[in-house]
Design a protein. Sequence first.
Length: 239
Amino acid sequence: MAKKKKTVYKPQKQNNKGFIIIIGAVFVLAAVLLFIISNDNNKPSQDHADSAQPGQEIEVSYENQPTVGEEDAPVKLVEFFDFKCPHCASFAQQVYPQIKADFIDTGKASMTFINKPFLAPDSFTAALVGEAVYEQNPDAFVQYYDTVLENQGEMNEPWATEEFLLDLVEKNVDGIDLDQLKKDLDNETINQRVEDDRDMSAQVESTPTILVNGKMVELDYEGSIKPAIEKALEEAGEQ
């Protein structure tokens, strides 16, 4: 009796050329995408590319802005600040007193404070109360500025509430009618001033940002701010 032959399954040979072409195309596409992504990552973002740098001129309106020093001082300084910014608190306590003693008290410079309320919603609240204080008694603004920054809470906590700020004003700021201050917080004109500050401060990225006669300087008193003021005084024929 003849033995039955075993049937062994043999798959058909497939043509792998198409598969190889597809795989190759995938690798080429991946390489192209990687190149594009790499180039995009190496380019500065539009925001970064457009951000102001030291020496750049910033457009500023000084009208209705809290200012200390002589109106006709030959050098105009500006601080863009946020009441919730810890670096602003350091500037107010360590650098501003040097500027004041060397240049503001001597009549050589004035300093204007412009809100950049960008860190949190209560940054706007603190700025609003400051504008209301300034509206009622311009000379009291610096007291408010110093007091809030000295009593600054954690940046990531909503400490700058209306209640907290009004209590600070009542206990620390002279010449303010608290009832009038509360009414002024709803004043559309005062709200608009904070909005205008926010729009103007969009030209700079961070706080504090310091300008000397409209030009940004680095945050180094001896190395940058003081020399820039002295140069501006020399250009004005004051030295």
